[in-house]
Design a protein. Structure first.
Length: 86
């Protein structure tokens, strides 16, 4: 598990840049540089199959937030994203 994961709690809010610094979101992610607050809804451990046929455990985080749209306006309804990271 990542070092940022041990400090995360369900129900707390983080900005996209804070999530990128903790290693939850990669730097190239669409919402990694946003200033909107993302609420952590859930943290789950998931088993995935690798290319070599082995299985590996990863962590899946569910986030809810209201990032700006492409037009630059704040959303009325929040969106949910699920992201799997190491």
């Amino acid at each position: 598990m990542g070092s940022g994961l041990s400090q995360m709690k369900i129900g707390e809010k983080y900005t996209g840049s804070q999530l990128a610094k903790k290693g939850i979101l990669p730097k190239w992610h669409k919402y990694a540089k946003t200033r909107c607050k993302w609420e952590v809804l859930g943290l789950n451990q998931v088993r995935i199959l690798t290319h070599s046929g082995d299985s590996a455990f990863k962590t899946e985080v569910t986030l809810r937030g209201k990032p700006k749209t492409q037009a630059g306006k704040t959303r009325k309804n929040p969106i949910k994203i699920k992201w799997i990271f190491d």
